[in-house]
Ligand binder design. Structure first.
Ligand SMILES: Nc1ncnc2c1ncn2[C@@H]1O[C@H](COP(=O)(O)OP(=O)(O)OP(=O)(O)O)[C@@H](O)[C@H]1O
Length: 262
């Protein structure tokens, strides 16, 4: 991280003309995005708009066909996910990346010792656990999993697994945290809990989230970028975006206009 002064001059995360083609099809088409440091920025849009592809570009999981990605002013274009993680950009991982037989505590300890959720050293030792247990417990406490520290990932309910994913991302101490549909598939209670959790962990960091649930976006996002057919349709504060005719029309196709009006 740069000093407060130098980082403050730049958006925490910036895309310039970001483009991804799959065999000539532009899933992301010249996207410009500036995420202010300390903000929560939501990426929304109808199915197939390019949200997941953009998310993968912004975390180094896909190389762009064209364009640039900057983190606090540094050009990271072309780096692998590890390079993004080293510059303080982390994403929450999906449940598929959890190891069923490891406890929640072991997961977080491993993430802490690896410095990255990628390329985990696949071993457990008493020494490792002793060294990282206090920090891991603090993270589990933060995401509401302290009581389930010794429960294996397999035995955690869906919402608790998603909380564990978030703890793994937080173990990397990211300055920019990217969340891929953090409330997808959750019941109301877990959605409320996740909103509170994100509101807590945003302190001192920048959050970018892909989210379909407009009430979650409304509760958390300072700014919203609406994508359609790989391009930015509208960008602005939530209240402006939700009332924008172009956005309502973009959602009409999939019958989600009620979400825009509710
Ligand atoms: N690996 C790929 N190869 C070819 N086409 C792809 C690939 N990944 C995505 N696409 C296409 O790019 C477009 C954007 O997909 P993407 O998954 O980014 O959209 P999305 O906004 O995340 O959609 P959803 O809300 O349904 O998850 C879609 O038309 C999709 O079929």
């Amino acid at each position: 991280m740069g000093s407060e002064g130098s980082a403050g001059q730049h958006p925490a995360l910036r895309a310039r003309g970001l483009t991804k083609e799959f065999r000539g099809f532009r899933a992301v088409d010249g996207v410009d995005l500036a995420v202010a440091a300390g903000s929560v920025h939501a990426l929304v849009g109808p199915n197939g708009a390019g949200k997941t592809t953009l998310f993968n570009l912004l975390t180094g999981f896909l190389p762009p066909t064209a364009g640039r990605i900057e983190v606090a002013g540094a050009d990271l274009t072309g780096l692998a996910p590890e390079g993004f993680a080293r510059r303080g950009v982390a994403r929450s991982f999906q449940i598929t990346s959890l190891f069923g037989q490891l406890t929640a505590l072991e997961h977080v300890a491993l993430a802490l010792q690896s410095g990255s959720s990628l390329g985990w050293q696949f071993w457990r030792s008493a020494k490792l656990m002793r060294r990282y247990t206090p920090q891991a417990m603090a993270l589990l406490d933060m995401v509401g999993l302290a009581d389930l520290a010794h429960t294996t990932a397999d035995a955690l309910a869906y919402g608790r697994k998603r909380a564990l994913e978030l703890a793994l991302a937080l173990a990397l101490e990211p300055s920019v945290l990217l969340l891929d549909e953090p409330t997808a598939g959750m019941g109301l209670e877990d959605v409320d809990r996740t909103i509170a959790l994100i509101a807590a962990v945003r302190t001192g960091r920048t959050v970018v989230m892909v989210e379909h649930n407009m009430s979650v976006v409304g509760a958390l996002a300072d700014r919203v970028t609406v994508l359609q057919a790989g391009r930015v349709l509208v960008e602005g504060p939530y209240d402006e975006v939700r009332a924008d005719e172009r956005v309502i029309t973009a959602y009409l196709g999939e019958g989600a206009v009620r979400a825009a009006h509710s």
